[in-house]
Design a protein around this ligand. Structure first.
Ligand SMILES: NC(=O)c1ccc[n+]([C@@H]2O[C@H](COP(=O)([O-])OP(=O)(O)OC[C@H]3O[C@@H](n4cnc5c(N)ncnc54)[C@H](OP(=O)(O)O)[C@@H]3O)[C@@H](O)[C@H]2O)c1
Length: 288
């Protein structure tokens, strides 16, 4: 039986990892904020209390992108220093460390999907703190996977809001709120369930091709195309207008083009396209 610790187990990704990965050969040990609160606890002391396991999966992040701009200390504390500590801990314990990063490590000035070897250039504090987290993993962990994910949609919804982009769109349509959605900013929408199933395959098969991977569903779209697809699948007729990225002023600058190429991961596990993952999500939630 393999033992797998999941930190941030109540988040949308953590929740799906718990449900999808548990099996008769994989025991999940969820650790929630109740047992480990990195905001208030001495993390170096707290990790010493973690049980021994084969894998430690870190789904904890401080990812309120605009808030991070005004809280660089907390961003680096959670997204970098904690990750360094977990990297050192897993190396000492000979555990495999699984960590999640983001498409926001890129500046978005390219116009073709980013590959792992592309040079990062984060535009905001969040992206910088996550990139520094990746560097900490590479420097201090021994057996590790860093999975960059993007535009996640999972049944639980993002922890602090309990919603994600899909839910926001459905909610607006149900309330008949006319929508303006960006049509010149591109991403790779990704189902958390698909990421969890990929991870299960890696753990179950003892895959040891460690390193950095883009773990997104295949394909890309603008946020407007993403919204249109949601409404098409659910046969929802709603008012939606494509607008430019320049019309939205956010506190943190965001990359305009951050679609990720998942070919490298394809040698281990082939992620399906985002439209199929989205359709399954919408069916699961009973929207179509
Ligand atoms: N969401 C996206 O679209 C997206 C895009 C790119 C990359 N990512 C990355 O994907 C990973 C998972 O994201 P997600 O969407 O699943 O996030 P999420 O739903 O917000 O989950 C984050 C989890 O971390 C826990 N957590 C946060 N701060 C903590 C702290 N200081 N101490 C202890 N626990 C803490 C949360 O607990 P509480 O519920 O108690 O707050 C929650 O369980 C993160 O690394 C994120 O950077 C996400």
């Amino acid at each position: 039986m393999k033992k797998v610790i999941v930190l941030g187990a109540t988040g949308q990704l953590g929740q799906d990892i718990q449900t999808e990965t548990a099996s008769d050969t994989i025991e999940i040990i969820p650790i929630t904020r109740t047992e480990f609160d990195a905001d208030i606890m001495d993390a170096a002391e707290a990790v010493k209390q973690f049980p021994h396991a084969d894998y430690l999966i870190n789904c904890i992040a401080y990812h309120k992108v605009d808030e991070c701009e005004d809280n660089p200390e907390n961003s680096f504390k959670i997204n970098t220093q904690l990750v360094k500590l977990l990297s050192e801990f897993t190396a000492r314990q000979q555990m495999t460390f699984v960590h999640f990063s983001t498409d926001y490590v890129f500046d978005g000035y390219d116009k073709k999907p980013y590959i792992e070897q592309d040079y990062p250039g984060p535009l905001n504090v969040y992206g910088n703190s996550k990139l520094a987290g990746e560097m900490a993993v590479k420097a201090y962990a021994e057996k590790y996977f860093i999975f960059r994910v993007s535009a996640l949609f999972g049944a639980k919804g993002i922890s602090s809001w309990n919603v994600n982009f899909v839910e926001k769109m459905i909610d607006a349509a149900q309330k008949k709120i006319p929508l303006k959605v960006i049509d010149d900013q591109f991403t790779s929408p990704t189902g958390t369930k698909d990421v969890a199933v990929m991870l299960k395959c890696i753990i179950k098969n003892n895959i040891d091709k460690y390193g950095l991977y883009h773990a997104v569903n295949s394909g890309e779209c603008s946020w407007y195309q993403f919204a249109k697809k949601i409404f098409d699948i659910c046969s929802i007729n709603t008012e939606i207008e494509p607008v430019s990225y320049n019309q939205f002023h956010t506190h943190a600058k965001r990359p305009q083009y951050c679609s990720l190429d998942n070919s490298k991961l394809g040698s281990i596990y082939k992620m399906r396209n985002w439209e199929d993952a989205l359709e399954d999500y919408l069916k699961l939630k009973g929207y179509c």
